[in-house]
Design a protein around this ligand. Structure first.
Ligand code: PMP
Length: 407
């Protein structure tokens, strides 16, 4: 495998080349949103300057060109995640939207009173609340896979939760709060033994490792463009074709119909049935450019590079007296979450920001797992392939400074 020059790659991210509060920016909030390389920003700019038109409906040349560029993203996504057909790629506005679509369309259609939905204790709120709302309407019951002290799923407990009433298992691939990489292939195989449908929240996995939905064999898979070098406002719901075909639309409007009259409306084919109204065209084309960019580096290379960075971060953070890691799994991607007994996360985050270091503090939209670890908030540093070991050193120096400040 040819060695990738990550120093050169870092230069593609012009946003990193700036001072924040008088210090060179250290960006370690990639789990919230990753940065965008120049090629993606240029692609957006070219679209807005020269190619903007509405898609799917236009007979004129500009509209057809916009449609071709936009639909090309569907094929790029299909290949990127190993789906068998581009019809299985539904465009949404993000992971949250994708999960709401799965819950409201598949869930509302297939759940009955007493049916069970299995989630895990480490879910993001986006993979809890939509299911709760659907459970309230259908009378379905939510069961929760507990998390072990090291931040991994209790797989034994999961096996015991599975049963004849299990209809849906919806779990996070990589935890945005702990960094744990979950065994989604095994989780899926076990669920399928009980004829349950599996939804995977891949918001934190797709940006960091190769993903093959056919290998995992999950039924639905969701992720967001803005965490994988693409623009905000765009996301994906992958669904197996035979399931999508049977699902009712979630939103009504233009583009998602076949024929409309006041007496009766028939719906468009999959995936367009789920894409009412004018989509975020520019963002979709931007995601296509982001996928090209990631493919050029190679997801294996990205995973290896980030593995080294995370490994370095974990070992350097562990040297700091009083620092307690939340989530100790050795199977970890991008995220290091930690707390101090005597320094509040938001104070630490503020002091780090004064030194140009961007981290996330708070509950990371995953309150149940923070409650599980008895902490109200953590400080979260999350790396991407364009980070460096110097970035980690700056973080560690910043934490030492904050500690001396509070002592
Ligand atoms: N799931 C996970 C694991 C996430 O990290 C996030 C983003 N924080 C989401 C879902 C929600 O993604 P979005 O805000 O892009 O809809």
């Amino acid at each position: 495998i040819p060695k990738v020059d990550f120093d050169r790659i870092r230069k593609d991210f012009t946003v990193l080349d700036q001072q924040v509060n008088g210090h060179p920016l250290v960006y370690l909030d990639n789990a919230a949103s990753s940065q965008m390389p120049v090629s993606v920003a240029d692609r957006l700019d070219a679209y807005h300057r020269n190619e903007h038109a509405n898609v799917h409906r236009g007979i004129h040349t500009l509209s057809q060109k916009a449609t071709d560029a936009f639909e090309m993203t569907r094929r790029k996504v299909q290949q990127f995640i190993g789906a068998s057909s581009s019809d299985e790629i539904v465009f949404t506005t993000g992971t949250t939207d994708s999960l709401n679509l799965a819950a409201n369309s598949y869930g509302m259609e297939n759940l009955q009173k007493g049916d069970e939905i299995i989630l895990s204790e480490m879910e993001h709120h986006a993979n809890i609340v939509p299911w709760q709302m659907v459970a309230q309407k259908t009378g379905a019951v939510i069961r929760v896979i507990p998390v072990l002290d090291n931040g991994e799923l209790d797989m034994q407990a999961y096996k015991e939760l599975l049963g004849p009433r299990t209809k849906i298992v919806s779990v996070i691939h990589v935890s945005n709060a702990l960094g744990t990489v979950n065994p989604v292939k095994e989780i899926t195989a076990l669920a399928h033994e009980h004829h349950a449908v599996v939804v995977i929240d891949g918001a934190q996995s797709v940006p960091h490792q190769p993903v093959d939905v056919q290998d995992i064999d999950c039924d639905f898979f969701t992720f967001s463009s803005h965490k994988m070098c693409g623009p905000t406002g765009f996301g994906i719901l992958y669904g197996k074709k035979h399931l999508l075909d049977k699902m009712p639309p979630y939103r009504g409007g233009g583009d998602m119909i076949d024929k409309v009259s006041f007496e009766e409306t028939t719906y468009n084919v999959v995936p367009f049935r789920f894409e009412a109204g004018t989509p975020p065209i520019a963002a979709g084309i931007g995601l296509g450019a982001a996928i090209d960019y990631l493919n050029e580096i190679g997801m294996e290379q990205i995973a290896n590079r980030e593995y080294e960075l995370v490994d370095y971060a974990v070992s350097r953070l562990r040297e700091i007296e009083g620092l307690q890691m939340i989530g100790e799994s050795s199977n970890r991607a991008s995220v290091c979450s930690f707390v101090f007994d005597d320094i509040h996360a938001s104070d630490l985050g503020t002091i780090l920001d004064k030194r140009g270091i961007a981290v996330r503090t708070g509950h990371h939209c995953a309150q149940p797992i923070l409650r599980r670890f008895n902490v109200p908030a953590t400080t979260r540093a999350s790396v991407s392939f364009y980070n460096t070991t110097e970035d980690i050193d700056r973080l560690v120096d910043g934490i030492h400074y904050a500690k001396s400040f509070f002592e």
